[in-house]
Design a protein around this ligand. Sequence first.
Ligand SMILES: [Zn+2]
Ligand SMILES: [Zn+2]
Length: 389
Amino acid sequence: MSEQRQTKRDYYEVLGVPRDADLGQIKKAYRRLARQLHPDVNSNDPECEEKFKEATEAYEVLCDPEKRRLYDAYGHEGLRRGAGGAGGFGFDDFPGFGDLFESLFNSAFGGSPFGTTFTTARAEGPARGDDLAVELELTLEEAALGVDKEVVFTAHGVCPKCEGLGTPTMDSIKTCPDCSGRGRVRVVRRTMLGQFIQTGVCERCDGQGIVIGKPCPHCQGEGRLLMERKLTVHIPAGIDSGQRIRVSGKGGAGQRRAQSGDLYVRIRVAPHEHFERRGDDLYSQVDLTMCQAALGAVLTVPTLDGEAEVEFSPGTQPGETKILRGKGVPRLNGHGRGDHYLSVRVLIPRDLDENQRNLLREFDESCGLEHYQARSEGVLHRLRTFFTG
Ligand SMILES: [Zn+2]
Ligand SMILES: [Zn+2]
């Protein structure tokens, strides 16, 4: 065996990025280090050169999703396994190798049904986590104005005992002896129709190229467990029933540190005691007594922003609509708000005593029908302003 550097530093540490760093962070960190350590800048400084190599190696692994997954799951061991040791197959070059094999066989024997047929099956890595959907009920205000909400759900989470490795000790992770780490095995079958060469997923390691000698007893080597999970989800202002929010990577945990699934939060908005929402607009009713409608009034009405005083002019009619511009629901895209429509109901007294009835009779006699008619100009004006805003 060739060089073995046991004291390799953690790649994340080398680049100074967190374990969940995205590609952008990794690239940025590497660029920064490369500027500091580049041999052209630090000529004749062997330490810098060594560090530069180390950073480059870390960068090459962490910016390659497959290599990073292996590294996350099995550390440096995970990468060395395939990195060209005696008889080893890199996880990188193996698919190419397989294709080459396939085309060689196909050109040599292909075409005839009585020749050699070559079939392949894809090697499987540890399973990715499940995508999950949860429903979240919000009040109208929460949906309209935005909120941070905790959702609780049952899903696979990373095993806390082995931290997702599937084994308590790194030493028990070994290259699969059946497939020598390839994840695939080749089987030759002779049948009446001819010779078939098949490559299939290695059964012993389930295509993963490694076997775990001592599985974690807590998760049976899965690296994940079903558990109650909690997550605070940011709900943007303006969201509505039926819409969903995707929280990337927060679904079920993958098998042995494989990629997690996504969490989809589906929104349901509970009915509101005052408001009805249609798109970005709000609708509510406001009650004026007969006398308030006739005399005009200033009423306190609930709005999304709390109570507001709204003026109703004398002669306000039942069914009239007052529009509170820009008092509706904030638009999900962040640009402006809808309107709030107040629809007027006029309350007629139902239970009057003799004295009150007399007052009304007296009033009625003094008040001819012409007092109830809108001035024609007024009606037209109102119609115009209603339709043109
Ligand atoms: Zn475990
Ligand atoms: Zn195997």
